[in-house]
Design a protein around this ligand. Structure first.
Ligand code: HEM
Length: 204
């Protein structure tokens, strides 16, 4: 759908998923950091409150993920996530060159947004990796930590719970880094706020 240079890129189900996800993940990062760096003499948030909030937000984000997963299975949004290995390296390097050099020299965007191509290559493969690898890993390890009786007791003489917790924290860290980069890249639009308006209204 398009009118006068505007393209409708973010259908309502995607915007609802994204809003709940963004809010939920912010709560998870804040409460997660509180739990990770809890000290008896200093706490931003009471430890038991951080745990309760973290569990609650984790369940919401996990259920909400189904909206993204099923939506991307049954609607045309799936076409933006299709992996095309041919020429991938070249496309990624071209976009990275733009981000690190071309952008500051006012060069033309190498992959302009259209109804056919919602994401540039870097965006696309970052989203694929986060949404189909990182988020599923953090959901599965999160569920396992919520029901530790499900976890294998020992792996190579190490506690299964410990290994699951380490993996959960590492992926949480990666998603936090993704979020910082995601927010920065989202400001690279026609105007710094353009992309934020798009994810709220649906129109680019
Ligand atoms: C405060 C938090 C967040 C803000 C303000 C934000 C902002 C945005 C904006 C402006 C867009 C549209 C432009 C673009 O594609 O870059 C977008 C899309 C997207 N965001 Fe975020 N985001 C946030 C959190 C997250 C988180 C935590 C995730 C995943 C873990 C995420 C995943 C995505 C994905 C996958 C898309 C593309 C959806 C699609 O069109 O299919 N975002 N976000």
């Amino acid at each position: 759908m398009s009118t006068e240079g505007k393209v409708y890129l973010y259908p309502i189900w995607l915007r609802i998923w994204h809003a709940i996800n963004a809010l939920g993940i912010l709560v998870l990062i804040y409460t997660g950091l509180n739990m990770q760096f809890a000290r008896p003499d200093f706490e931003l948030l009471r430890f038991d409150l951080a745990v309760t909030l973290h569990n609650f937000a984790g369940v919401i984000v996990s259920i909400n993920y189904l909206i993204f997963f099923i939506g991307n299975l049954v609607t045309s949004n799936k076409k933006y996530y299709r992996i095309k290995p041919k020429g991938l390296r070249k496309r990624l390097l071209k976009q990275l060159r733009f981000y690190t050099y071309g952008m500051f020299k006012n060069e033309e965007v190498p992959y302009p947004i259209s109804e056919k191509r919602k994401f540039n290559p870097v965006q696309k493969y970052t989203y694929v990796a986060v949404m189909y690898l990182m988020v599923p890993i953090i959901i599965v390890t999160g569920i396992a930590l919520l029901f530790p009786e499900l976890i294998i007791e020992e792996v190579y003489n190490m506690s299964g719970i410990f290994l699951t917790a380490i993996l959960h924290a590492i992926v949480g860290f990666i998603i936090s880094i993704f979020l910082i980069i995601h927010l920065y890249f989202a400001t690279i639009g026609k105007k710094p706020v353009s992309n934020f308006v798009s994810i709220i209204t649906g129109w680019h």
